[in-house]
Design a protein around this ligand. Structure first.
Ligand SMILES: *[C@@H]1O[C@H](CO)[C@@H](O)[C@H](O)[C@H]1NC(C)=O
Ligand SMILES: *[C@@H]1O[C@H](CO)[C@@H](O)[C@H](O)[C@H]1NC(C)=O
Ligand SMILES: *[C@@H]1O[C@H](CO)[C@@H](O)[C@H](O)[C@H]1NC(C)=O
Ligand SMILES: *[C@@H]1O[C@H](CO)[C@@H](O)[C@H](O)[C@H]1NC(C)=O
Ligand SMILES: *[C@@H]1O[C@H](CO)[C@@H](O)[C@H](O)[C@H]1NC(C)=O
Length: 650
């Protein structure tokens, strides 16, 4: 205050500028005029063209680049989901640092003159693990009634919003920031609970914590069946749909409310679509996208393109849109968007930009460029340790707890939200070709007796397979969590690990289990290798045993973006300098390459680990190869096309 008073007297020029800024601030307002059927920005009619980007799917060093390209395309706004589980990683433990610095992300958008449409959920769908819900919600009580007015659930939501919303409040448009509107829940009309009390509770909570005048809205599919449970009084009803007849799609709003006259908003205009492991790569025709965009802008509708930039499901952050069958999404969230997974400007980007140019002034910015790509070539990786041996060792070394229980424990009660768990049981009698039956496998189990690999259990089947072993042999089941369901009623069955009892041959409800999680970093891994060299006969052929491999990639000069090919490898995950870049499953497709952003690499030596769950393509158990190339491959030939794609809304 004092400073500005002093400065006010410094020069006339400054005081004039200061004065006009004050006037601007006073007029800063974003509202809905239902009579005129339009948004009003600073007192003038306004319609936006926006694009979805998720900060959690791109490295923070690249936020500026992606946002700049969005602004350059002529967008007025970005639409942003906030994944609860990305921030409240454990109950009461909040993380807003680095890639989770939401305020920094929103401020970067603001600096580029991009408005923000905020989607705090708390449920976000988004093909994101558990639709954004933290795993610990189902730790103590797996029957918590998510997405309802259940007081247990709402108490967690209230705690979270009390931390989150005060952070974004100063960034509201009325307060000088970029946020013009806030979404309440997400496609609630597609969920079975249909609890209007919940919707009103969420709206009140938002109002209480944001205090100021804010435009609230809901988003649902373009059918009255969706609006029935999704729309709620006190909010603007918006819909989502892809290329086609927009006039017809928007008519649902009048069918729902005959006095509705706008503003018309397509909150998720699908310019691309999601992928599923084992299904054909989704592509949406750029010309069709441009045509319907043109139609919507021509009728002064408001449009948010989903996704304008999709990015990557790094680590174990991907979800699954359904559980019957369970259908997890791959690591890439390229989405056939306008900007590719690596942020490249596609043909779709250009045609969208020129379509926007017909209706809006394109900003006079320096044209952005695609990032540099580099093919670092082949890299030798060495076996560090089989998981069934390393998991217990690393658990001890890393100070992680070991769990003993009569029956298998599910993942959440062992404070393990994501990744791999090792379940072990000492056979109490000999078994010859007897079935191991694990109906509660979530999601895949890699079965060994001592060092012999017997095969794979899968929640989609088979959930049993024959094993042999002697009394006192060790059965170990490495359990892989492939991401929690993010859509539909499968959301209510999110528990992972082994969630029901196990039958081994004639022994029903086999008891006495020991469980370890498999969390590693480079130094733990190297420790494991050393310890195994002393205590274990590494000459046993271990090619087909879940194992972690390590290689050193030498980068000369400034690191560039690159893509990792794992031809012949079966399934697993990769870390780059201890950062988990995600899961691979090249034989399943459609994704063949993992995106490695330049920012994860450094000049000199880089540690690359490959955790392979089934078997490597190499003849030697100990040395194998992976390959860094300069072109992505997200569209491998999938012969079995199953399940119709466009059945749900992102
Ligand atoms: C578990 O959650 C459900 C739904 O929130 C609630 O009805 C039930 O009382 C809870 N049980 C316990 C033991 O907390
Ligand atoms: C789009 O739908 C509207 C309303 O149903 C209809 O009048 C119009 O003819 C359709 N346009 C096209 C190109 O099919
Ligand atoms: C129907 O639309 C009118 C005009 O936009 C609005 O004032 C009214 O609240 C809406 N009714 C419902 C039930 O949403
Ligand atoms: C940028 O990358 C996209 C996608 O790979 C490509 O289609 C386009 O031609 C590239 N643009 C330039 C100028 O190289
Ligand atoms: C073992 O499981 C397989 C696969 O489910 C099944 O076909 C077979 O009949 C089972 N064998 C016995 C002895 O139960």
């Amino acid at each position: 205050m004092k400073l500005s008073v002093l400065l006010l007297f410094a020069t006339t020029a400054f005081s004039l500028a200061h004065y006009s800024r004050l006037v601007e601030c006073a007029a800063r307002k974003f509202t809905v005029d239902y009579k005129k059927g339009t948004f009003m920005k600073d007192g003038l009619p306004f319609n936006y063209v926006s694009g979805s980007i998720h900060y959690s799917r791109v490295q923070p060093e690249q936020w500026q680049d992606r946002l700049y390209k969005m602004r350059y395309a002529g967008l007025d706004a970005i639409q942003v989901y906030i994944p609860w589980n990305y921030h409240e990683t454990e109950h009461g433990k909040f993380d807003f640092s680095g890639g989770r610095n939401l305020v920094r992300f929103l401020s970067l958008a603001h600096d580029l003159d991009l408005l923000v449409i905020l989607r705090p959920g708390p449920y976000i769908c988004a093909e994101w693990e558990f639709g954004g819900f933290p795993y610990w919600l189902i730790k103590d009580n797996s029957s918590i009634a998510l997405r309802s007015s259940d007081p247990v659930y709402m108490s967690y939501v209230t705690e979270w919003f009390n931390v989150l919303l005060p952070k974004v409040r100063p960034l509201l448009y009325v307060n000088g920031g970029p946020i013009i509107s806030v979404q309440v829940e997400n496609e609630y009309g597609s969920f079975s609970a249909c609890d209007q009390t919940y919707m009103q509770q969420l709206l009140s909570l938002n109002r209480k914590l944001l205090v100021d005048d804010v435009v609230y809205f809901t988003t649902d599919g373009d059918g009255t069946g969706y609006l029935k449970c999704g729309a709620t009084p006190g909010t603007l009803t918006t819909v989502d749909f892809g290329a086609g007849n927009a006039t017809k799609a928007f008519q649902v709003l009048q069918q729902w409310n005959s006095s509705f006259n706008g503003p018309y908003v397509n909150s998720e205009y699908y310019i691309g679509w999601l992928d599923i492991w084992g299904q054909k790569h989704s592509q949406v025709d750029a010309l069709a996208v441009a045509r319907t965009l043109d139609e919507m802008l021509g009728m002064k509708a408001n449009v948010n393109m989903y996704m304008f930039f999709g990015g990557t499901n790094f680590g174990f952050t991907s979800g699954a849109p359904g559980d019957n069958p369970f259908n997890p999404v791959p690591t890439s969230y390229d989405y056939d968007a306008a900007l590719s997974e690596a942020g490249d400007m596609t043909f779709k980007y250009s045609i969208i930009r020129s379509t926007i140019g017909k209706y809006k002034t394109l900003p006079p910015l320096v044209p952005p460029i695609n990032s540099t790509k580099f093919a670092y070539g082949e890299l030798l990786v060495d076996l560090q340790g089989p998981l069934h041996l390393c998991a217990p060792l690393m658990s001890k070394l890393g100070g992680y707890p070991t769990y003993h229980n009569a029956y298998p424990l599910r993942s959440e009660v062992m404070d393990t939200g994501y990744g791999y768990l090792s379940y072990r049981h000492v056979l109490t009698e000999s078994i010859t070709n007897g079935n191991l039956s694990v109906p509660g496998i979530r999601d895949r189990g890699y079965v060994l007796v001592n060092d012999h690999f017997y095969g794979i259990l899968d929640r989609n089947g088979p959930t049993e397979l024959p094993i042999s072993g002697k009394k006192d042999d060790t059965l170990s089941i490495l359990v892989e969590n492939m991401g929690r369901v993010n859509y539909g009623s499968g959301l209510l069955h999110g528990t992972k690990g082994i969630i029901s009892n196990v039958t081994i041959g004639s022994i029903v409800n086999a008891s006495q289990w020991t469980m370890y999680n498999y969390r590693f970093n480079i130094s733990l891994l190297q420790h494991c290798k050393k310890m195994l060299q002393n205590s274990y006969n590494m000459a046993v052929p271990l090619k087909f045993v879940p194992s972690t491999y390590l290689g050193l990639l030498n980068v000369v000069g400034t690191p560039a973006d690159t893509f990792l090919r794992l031809d012949g490898w079966v399934k697993g995950s990769v870390t780059v300098n201890d950062f988990n870049i995600g899961r691979y499953w090249p034989g399943k497709g459609p994704q063949e390459t993992l995106y490695v952003p330049s920012i994860l690499l450094k000049t000199g030596l880089n540690f690359i680990t490959v955790t392979e769950l089934v078997g490597t393509p190499c003849s030697s158990s100990y040395r194998c190869q992976i390959k860094f190339v300069d072109v992505p491959e997200l569209n491998s030939n999938i012969t079995s096309i199953s399940v119709s794609l466009m059945t749900h809304h992102g």
